[in-house]
Design a protein around this ligand. Structure first.
Ligand code: ZN
Length: 258
């Protein structure tokens, strides 16, 4: 691989401070565990950002030097400033990759990218999940077998109110009977977006090697191939135009009528 992929791992980072069970699992935050695993995967540089950092850790400099942004949020989606959401959204449309994890389905940035409600069913009973890999030749499932089994998870069930994914990668089955679209790809503007379901804060999901392999694969898939602004340029013709024998006028130019 050429240059290292620059990943910013964003975490709301509240449950780790207020809930003893979560703090025990992730003493330095989920984002720290995710970042460490990505660095170990190779070819990836990581940076951490959290809700309570100035500008949520997502200054213009940070956003503009990020190739792929990973997002985990849950209880404080509403505290994310709209200005920062717009900054991130603009950069995704220009080419930055975005990976939204688990309860990030209700984040402002995910809804802003997809334009739907992103609602789903849920139940917290530590039930078993079998997440089926339905695209075994896709780069995101490289090295992943037929399915990933997680012994204790929060259930997420359909209907998941998202636009139909460009590519559906994983479908989960839960012990209680529900199914869920757990791995979804979209393109928006020049950016690639991946939603990945696993990651409830009270279960050790981000210590699971297969889960982290999927996230590392998704980082490589979502890496920008280039950045391009969308500024609607007015452009001169490539060829010489024929003379027109009628005056048509131009949009936006005032022509007073007597
Ligand atoms: Zn959860």
């Amino acid at each position: 691989m050429s240059e290292a992929i620059k990943v910013t791992v964003w975490n709301e980072f509240r449950h780790e401070k207020s809930n003893a069970a979560v703090k025990k699992l992730y003493p330095d935050g989920m984002h720290a565990v995710i970042a460490e695993s990505l660095r170990a995967a190779g070819g990836i540089e990581t940076r951490l950002a959290a809700l309570d950092d100035p500008e949520h850790g997502l200054t213009e400099d940070v956003v503009n030097s990020t190739d792929v942004l990973i997002w985990w949020g849950h209880c404080a989606h509403g505290e994310v400033e709209d200005e920062i959401v717009q900054r991130v959204r603009k950069r995704v449309l220009e080419g930055m990759g975005l990976i939204v994890l688990h309860s990030g389905h209700f984040s402002k940035i995910f809804k802003a990218m997809l334009g739907t409600n992103c609602s789903l069913k849920w139940r917290e009973e530590a039930e078993k999940e079998r997440m089926w890999n339905i695209e075994p030749c896709h780069p995101i499932t490289e090295g992943i077998g037929e399915y990933i089994e997680l012994p204790n998870t929060e259930m997420y069930g359909e209907r998941f109110d998202i636009p139909t994914p460009d590519k559906l990668i994983f479908v989960s089955w839960f012990e209680g009977g529900e199914v869920f679209r757990s791995g979804c790809c979209w393109e928006r503007g020049h950016g690639r977006i991946f939603y990945f379901r696993p990651g409830h804060e009270t279960y050790p999901i981000y210590y699971n090697e297969q889960v982290m392999r999927v996230i590392a694969n998704a980082v490589r898939w979502a890496r920008p191939r280039g950045f391009m602004e969308h500024n609607a340029p007015n452009c001169p013709p490539l060829e010489k135009l024929s003379p027109k024998d009628v005056e048509f006028g131009k949009a936006g130019e005032r022509q007073d009528v007597e």
